[in-house]
Design a protein. Sequence first.
Length: 105
Amino acid sequence: MAAKIKKGDRVVVLAGKDKGRSGEVLKVLPSEGRALVQGINMVKRHQRQTQTQESGIISKEAPIALSNLAVADPKDGQATRVGFKTLEDGSKVRFAKRSGDLIDG
């Protein structure tokens, strides 16, 4: 099955502590069914000092389940479902079912 959420997509969180917030997908982990979203699901981690890094408590993104994410509509930014269609030139593209706009293309 083709990926409905890809790196670089703008997504909206549907469930969890960050419900209603949106961000850009930094990385998708398809084998785990999760994704890293910029500024979403932030956790604090203790960092040991190395030659290149300072020590201390750092905040970073933790993976969030793909089922809790929806692609943001290009028109109004609200959550939408994703569909697929083929164009006249034979390329397969994703489109927002809410507005009908193309997501990539």
